[in-house]
Design a protein around this ligand. Sequence first.
Ligand SMILES: [Zn+2]
Length: 289
Amino acid sequence: MIKKLFYTTTALALATTIGLTAMAQNKDTKLAITDLGSGIYMIEGAGGNVGLSVGDDGAFLIDDQFAHMSEKILAAVAERSDQPLAYVINTHYHGDHTGGNEQMADSGARIVAHDNVRKRLLESDEQPSDAALPIITFSEEVTFHWNDHEVFVSHPLNAHTDGDAVVMFKTANIIHLGDTFFSGRWPYIDLDGGGTVAGYIANLEYYAGQIDADTKVIPGHGPLSNRQDIEEMIAILKDSQQRVLALKQAGKTEAEIIAAKPLADYESYDWRFINSEKMIKTFLKDASL
Ligand SMILES: [Zn+2]
């Protein structure tokens, strides 16, 4: 079994890792599968949301959660596809999205990702096996003509990490944003993994402009969403960043800014891994980089 690939050890990342480890240990997690039409499904389980396309050309996954979920994910694929699993696209390098790579590769899938996903997996302390590494990588974009879909995979900006991939099923009007979108909750922006706050916001603005009100949006974490949910997140991030940077410009220290609770009215966006204090630290750290 592949060891779980986790984040580098900043306080923020460490806290996130601990949370994800706790989640990873819950082996009883069941999958919740939503049929989005056009042979495309959203699969929720332990870790990032998975996208699945089935059809005559073969099954195609977007992300594969933690290693211990692989059996369930492969069973869900087999139930819906009489063709084998052909490809897995990793939306980025984090272990809650790539942990199943080895098992997926063992069952015949080719792993596809941005160049920096392979690079960061190779550089990680938890040396992944060759099978767990993407064997097809791209720098900007790649299109799959697969299962009667035009599947457009692109990396416009460093947002959540420097290897994010966004997957768009153009005619089906479905998009998987990976962790460039956490729906209804604060995002984790992996600054040590090449992410930036400005890139995160600009990336969401770009994709909000590429889709319409009917587009089905699969976020990296959170429920199935739509363009309005993305627009809401853009507004909240811009406003929050402005509030925090205004306090910094007024000469406040990090501790003073946290104590002033400038994001108190957004506390409904707090969740297990990222609360407003961590968000404040992310804004300040990003500004000092
Ligand atoms: Zn992530």
